[in-house]
Design a protein around this ligand. Structure first.
Ligand SMILES: [Fe+2]
Length: 256
């Protein structure tokens, strides 16, 4: 399996605090059957993304791990106008393994219509946006049609492995499951932050998806699609998006 989204690098953001913790997370990944990990530190109002620093930390950790686990870098990219300006200058620094897929995270409190324009700009620039953990975003959970529309125009969806196991509550779990069945999800990643509450693990979620949707879907979401994104290729597993279900219109009675 390949993990496209995690915070394994030490002392960069709210992920691993020390190199020891990074190494423990790497050991957890190896034990879980993960072969490649993309370290994706935040780029947000809280955490500035400094590519050179990210690469230096990656190199240090890779040197300690040798060939046991392949490390690459990307970014957990918070979509806002400032970040977009930085991205335009050097897009590859933010993309997964410096190819063309980009993790895109949305504000939990408001997603203005201008976001649709920003996504379009990313695509015009030749990038392939991946919407990260929509099942943990209250706005997208309330208006899933927004996610469906982005997927219809060529974006991809990534859910967090823990969501499938109930780590983020029953609502996130049920939305994650129903969006997989609707063809809105293309990746499952760990979004690991530490060794305890947010571990670098995919195997239990893989097994769960294999039981719920079959082995082929699990391979698509955890192995084949992540590998393609890692290598900058078109995704091999792109399910058809379910037709939009019109909201039920209640009959209204008018009294005169
Ligand atoms: Fe993240």
């Amino acid at each position: 399996m390949i993990d496209l989204h995690c915070h394994i690098l030490p002392g960069i953001d709210d992920g691993a605090k020390t190199m020891e913790e990074s190494l423990a997370m790497a050991e957890s990944a190896i034990g879980d059957g993960i072969t490649h990990v993309v370290a994706t530190p935040h780029a947000s109002s809280e955490y500035k993304f400094e590519y050179e620093r990210v690469r230096t930390k990656r190199d240090e950790l890779q040197a300690m791990l040798g060939e046991r686990l392949q490390l690459a870098t990307g970014c957990d990219f918070h979509l806002n106008p400032e970040n977009l300006a930085a991205l335009k200058k050097s897009p590859e620094q933010f993309c997964l393994n410096q190819k063309d897929y980009l993790l895109v995270e949305f504000n939990e409190f408001s997603i203005p219509p201008a976001m649709d324009q920003m996504i379009h700009q990313l695509q015009l620039a030749g990038l392939r946006p991946i919407v990260t953990h929509p099942e943990r975003n209250g706005i997208l959970r309330a208006k899933p049609e927004r996610l469906a529309q982005w997927v219809r125009v060529g974006c991809y969806g990534q859910i967090t492995a823990g969501s499938l196991l109930g780590t983020f509550g029953p609502g996130a779990k049920s939305d994650a499951l129903s969006w997989i069945s609707q063809g809105l999800i293309h990746f499952v990643s760990s979004d690991a932050h530490n060794t305890r509450s947010r571990p670098l693990s995919l195997r239990p979620a893989f097994d769960f998806v294999a039981v719920q949707f079959g082995e082929e879907t699990a391979r698509g979401l955890f192995v084949d699609n992540p590998r393609a994104a890692f290598e900058g290729r078109a995704l091999p597993y792109v399910p058809e998006v379910a037709e939009r279900r019109e909201p039920k219109i209640r009959k209204r009675f008018f009294f005169f």
